[in-house]
Design a protein around this ligand. Structure first.
Ligand code: ADP
Ligand code: MG
Length: 280
């Protein structure tokens, strides 16, 4: 594909839940690009449609209209077989580190599974698994242990290693650190940044927390009630949010600096006064 072709392109994507007679439109013509190696943050309050966009890209919910392209190829409506083949290139890390790993499999089996499914022999798979554990800074002796023996942060490292094992080009990270305590969050975010530098993988990084997204993403897209209301660089959105909803989100995002926090609060209050309730 040419240099200008984004790795991922969502074009006017519409998703509805419910029946045809009583449809609930959750995404309203959402368009968004992610370049190869880029980290794009997708931020918005709970229920705004962030996970739904991730699921549409992964083929987990049907797209009513609009198109999704991966590396220039239309992937909006794929057969099960085509979708499984694409899972080599597009992976996902979910929020819940407790629910996302099969409790009956060892870490070694969990990480080797995607490789053996794609036909790799066991010796080679074992080597790659060891390499992945090293990449996510887990000791090689975890290989014969079970998920229940690990903390939330360690499980998330295992989930990340599993996502990376087939060298994908894009990972949808859906609130990957939201269930972790703050110190663990910082360590896992740092790991994600490091892995991006090492492997060139792109992330669509979903979070309700603008602070998290800003610290790791090149660009940030703000979702409000199923609409993308602002897309820009993280610094710009933090310094000078254009859309009133981005301003509100920023004011609500916890920051470590109490002076800055107080300033943001003041700005928020001033903005709320200026914006009648219900205005977008
Ligand atoms: P977010 O990830 O931003 O919190 P979601 O994409 O999960 O938001 O949800 C967007 C909207 O779609 C919400 O109103 C939610 O209740 C609704 N929704 C999500 N999943 C389903 C589903 N499987 N069936 C019906 N409605 C759903
Ligand atoms: Mg969600």
């Amino acid at each position: 594909m040419s240099e200008n072709t984004p790795l991922l392109r969502a074009e006017n994507v519409v998703v509805e839940y419910g029946s045809r007679r009583k449809a609930n439109r959750v995404l309203h013509e959402v368009s968004l690009d992610v370049a190869a190696g880029e980290c794009v943050g997708l931020v918005g309050e709970s229920g705004s449609g962030k996970s739904t966009l991730g699921k549409a890209i992964l083929g987990l919910v049907p797209v009513k209209s609009g198109k999704i392209f991966f590396d220039g190829r239309d992937i909006t409506h794929l057969s099960g077989k085509e979708r499984r083949a694409l899972s080599k290139d597009i992976q996902v890390v979910f929020q819940d580190p407790y629910g996302s790993l099969n409790p009956n499999m060892t870490i070694g089996e969990i990480l080797a599974e995607p490789l053996s499914t794609s036909g790799m022999d066991r010796t080679e798979a074992r080597l790659i698994v060891a390499e992945m554990l090293e990449r996510v800074h887990l000791p090689s002796n975890v290989i014969d242990r079970f998920p229940s023996e690990f903390s939330g942060g360690q499980r998330q490292r295992i989930a990340i290693a599993r996502a990376l094992v087939r060298k994908p080009r894009l990972i949808i990270c859906d609130e990957p650190v939201s269930a972790l305590d703050l110190t663990t969050q910082a360590a896992v975010l740092e790991l994600l940044i490091e892995l991006q530098r090492e492997t060139g993988v792109a992330y669509l990084f979903v979070s309700h927390d603008l602070g998290v997204v800003r610290s790791i993403c090149h660009r940030v897209a703000v979702m409000y009630r199923g609409n993308l209301v602002e897309v820009g660089d993280g610094d710009q959105i933090t310094r000078d949010p254009q859309h009133p909803y981005s301003q509100r989100l920023l004011a609500a995002s916890p920051v470590a600096d109490p002076v800055l926090q107080a300033e943001r609060r003041k700005e928020w209050l001033a903005m709320k006064d200026a914006q009648p309730a219900g205005a977008q």
